[in-house]
Design a binder for this molecule. Structure first.
Ligand code: ADE
Ligand code: ZN
Length: 340
């Protein structure tokens, strides 16, 4: 075994299951696309953009995140965005990605749904061929908008059904409970789409219950506040419900005050299936490898814990069972090759 945890982290095959592709837009690419598309940005330089990334809660980030996406206009822009992320993922030894995207953040600006999906899907296809990464798309509904608007978005997705594996729920959590989206999730399930939702990031444990019981999600995104409710924790453990945890996001959005107080280790101790992810890496200061390193250092995670977290990604991924079996065999072989 590499005696440095960082070497082990580098070498572990990984999944990323919670990445908003628009949140991987680095300021350099933001400026390049603004120039290409003649979009005016309210920032004079890359440094000024980075300086603006100081958040005290989720909404502070969302305001700047929606503004940042305004530079994404053409199919090529969406390809370039996703490709830049996928190259970084490859450098972190990520083998499998499920990428969130926010269609309503684009269609509301007059960008066609087909343009968004076209560019992202092409990047996913090329990633398989050129980077050895299997990548797919999960479309998120913006929860601060109405359920009728989510339904109209699902209608638009029908024509692209084969390019989307699931639906999610993101944006401002407080005041927008999962139950607001009961009908559109029922319809998505009938279409055979996988179901996930952000819950318990800022919102209360009740929102996690609703995500499970009203929406029928197969994974919970974040889920931090589940720890406030013992019976919820017991349920999540019993059902092996995966949580897609995002440590650097939690720190940047003040969900935790200090990474040393991050709930990831407590979640593991309670038998929860936790995975580590980056959320919005361009805004929160790190990609998935950075998240592993940060949380390893802050919580003193050991070899077996790091391996378990990385392996959980393959257990939680929406891949066919034969593919999962193969991925887990490859994962175990890669770990065995590292030695002790
Ligand atoms: N959209 C992008 N990142 C998000 C997050 N962390 N929570 C809710 N909505 C988001
Ligand atoms: Zn998220």
């Amino acid at each position: 075994m590499p005696d440095q945890p960082h070497l082990l982290i580098d070498r572990l095959p990984k999944c990323e299951l919670h990445i908003h592709i628009e949140g991987s837009l680095e300021p350099e690419l933001m400026f390049a696309l603004a120039q290409r598309n003649k979009v005016k940005l309210p920032f004079a330089s890359v440094e000024e953009v980075r300086k603006a990334y100081q958040f005290s809660q989720l909404q502070d980030f969302l305001d700047i995140y929606y503004q940042g996406m305004s530079v994404l206009i053409t199919e090529q822009d969406f390809f370039d965005l996703a490709w830049a992320y996928l190259e970084r993922a490859r450098a972190d030894n990520v083998r499998y990605v499920e990428m969130f995207f926010d269609p309503q953040g684009h269609t509301s600006r007059g960008v066609a749904f087909a343009t968004v999906v076209g560019g992202l899907h092409r990047a996913c296809q090329e990633a398989a061929a050129r980077l050895g990464i299997r990548a797919s798309l999960i479309m998120c509904f913006l929860r601060h908008l109405s359920e009728a608007e989510a339904e109209a978005t699902l209608d638009q997705a029908q024509a692209h059904r084969s390019r989307i594996i699931g639906v999610g729920l993101d944006s401002s959590e407080k005041g927008h409970p999962p139950s607001k989206f009961r009908t559109v999730y029922r319809r998505a399930r009938e279409m055979g789409l996988h179901l996930v939702a952000h819950a318990g990031e800022e919102g209360p444990p009740e929102y996690v219950w609703e995500a499970l019981d009203v929406l029928g999600v197969e994974r919970v995104d974040h889920g931090n506040r589940s720890l406030e409710d013992d019976s919820l924790v017991a349920r999540l453990a019993r059902e092996r419900m995966p949580l897609t945890v995002c440590p650097l996001s939690n720190l940047k959005l003040c969900v935790v005050r200090d990474l040393r107080r991050h709930p990831l280790r407590r979640m593991m101790d309670k038998g929860l299936t936790v995975t580590v992810n980056s959320d919005d890496p361009a805004y929160f200061g790190g990609y998935v490898g950075d998240n592993y390193r940060a949380v390893q250092q802050a919580l003193g995670l050991g070899r077996d814990e790091l391996i378990a977290v990385a392996r959980n990604g393959f257990l939680a991924a929406f891949m066919p069972e034969d593919e999962r079996k193969k991925a887990l065999t490859e994962f175990d072989a890669a770990v065995a090759a590292l030695g002790r």
